[in-house]
Design a protein around this ligand. Structure first.
Ligand SMILES: [Zn+2]
Length: 95
């Protein structure tokens, strides 16, 4: 998997990566542990906040790559809150 660079705008690869992460994380957000939704439809803000989206462990802005090993899945809300913040993976805290 690490030979695939997900920076390219290949939506098929991206959805494959999201699918694999969804399975390996049991559909839960990496950060807050909320049960995410794989569908991209939402009637309410709460539903939208549970979308399972791809995120980078090390932000691209901070020099992180888009290889599979640098990707995790998070809920839409955490993804929005994180932005370019660093994440302490030992203590599970945004810095
Ligand atoms: Zn979350």
């Amino acid at each position: 998997m690490d030979t695939i660079d997900f920076t390219c705008r290949n939506s098929k690869q991206k959805s494959k990566a999201r699918e694999l992460l969804f399975i390996s994380q049991n559909g839960m957000c990496f950060y807050c542990g909320i049960k995410c939704s794989q569908s991209k439809t939402a009637d309410t803000v709460d539903e939208r906040n549970r979308w399972f989206v791809l995120d980078h462990k090390i932000a691209v802005a901070k020099g992180g790559n888009s290889l599979f090993s640098n990707l995790i899945g998070s809920c839409y809300l955490c993804n929005q809150n994180k932005r370019d913040k660093d994440f302490d993976f030992n203590n599970k805290l945004f810095l």
